[in-house]
Design a protein around this ligand. Sequence first.
Ligand SMILES: Cc1cc2nc3c(=O)[nH]c(=O)nc-3n(C[C@H](O)[C@H](O)[C@H](O)COP(=O)(O)OP(=O)(O)OC[C@H]3O[C@@H](n4cnc5c(N)ncnc54)[C@H](O)[C@@H]3O)c2cc1C
Length: 298
Amino acid sequence: MDLKRIILDLMPGSLVRTFAAPYVAGKGVASGVAKADELHTRLGIHSTVDLLAEEVFRREDVEATVQVYLRMVEALKGRPYASISIKPTSLGINESEAYCQDNMRRIVTAAAAHGMHITLDMEDRNFTDVTLRMFKAIRNEFDNFGIVLQSRLFRTGEDIKALHTKPCKVRICIGIYKEPADVALQDKADMKDKLFEYVQLLLDHGHYPEIATHDEPLIRRCIAHLDKHGVAKDAYEFQMLLGVPRTEIQQEIVKRGQIIRLYVPFAEEWKYAVHYLKRRLGANPAMAGMVLKNLFGK
Ligand SMILES: Cc1cc2nc3c(=O)[nH]c(=O)nc-3n(C[C@H](O)[C@H](O)[C@H](O)COP(=O)(O)OP(=O)(O)OC[C@H]3O[C@@H](n4cnc5c(N)ncnc54)[C@H](O)[C@@H]3O)c2cc1C
């Protein structure tokens, strides 16, 4: 076990919670709804609301997670500026693909009744195949379902080409999970060049890219390229995480008449937020430095 991992494991929950504060809407479904409303009313910003759940193994815990998502759909309905993000490891993939797919379908069905979009987050490479399979099966039945692809993975170009014949909303990001050199790029600049390339590839295949990055030069590069090629401003959007300080560029995007959507996580129990954040910090310890910088200035 490396030193960073040990430090993370020893870090008290209260400290992790301090780290997490800017990134988490609060406790309970109502906090996610309130944050989505506030962002839209105050700043014209859209949201994708997510429940922070520890990897769930027991059926009763999976069912409890599904029930929270169904409550979220009810609580967020009538808000065209709000969507929901879900994860296979919270919805039963540890038991079986069929069970997880069934749980996802329940959430997508409930959301479809209100014209609400659901995004299927992408986890580490061990889940890529199964996540794509479940996505495609449900996407066959519903239009309100999108997915995430990670530009660091070598496979992503082929995954885009094989995604779906129906146009889909696809969040394209570099990917939070460190992956080995035999399956993924190791250099961040290369991952970002690929992200830029995949935005065009997604458009070429009729999809709607959701460009998820905080890298301002990359955002400007995408805007310049897409404007130059006359791509309609409603053919794609930008996404960032709640808490990452990017007010200026977010407002620039709003003024361009485009969607900027923040990922708005909330916790049912703080202990789950702590587990989630520790995992994320473990997957990408550079994040800890970024959070510190945000908290304590340069
Ligand atoms: C809306 C959204 C959804 C996502 N969904 C997924 C997903 O489903 N699966 C997945 O693997 N990954 C997901 N990610 C994470 C993503 O893959 C990247 O790991 C993350 O966005 C950092 O990459 P970057 O392009 O912003 O570039 P970076 O070079 O990492 O960041 C650029 C700059 O942004 C700031 N910054 C970036 N991240 C943070 C942070 N967490 N805290 C503080 N400052 C920060 C820093 O100043 C940094 O220098 C998502 C990201 C976003 C924005």
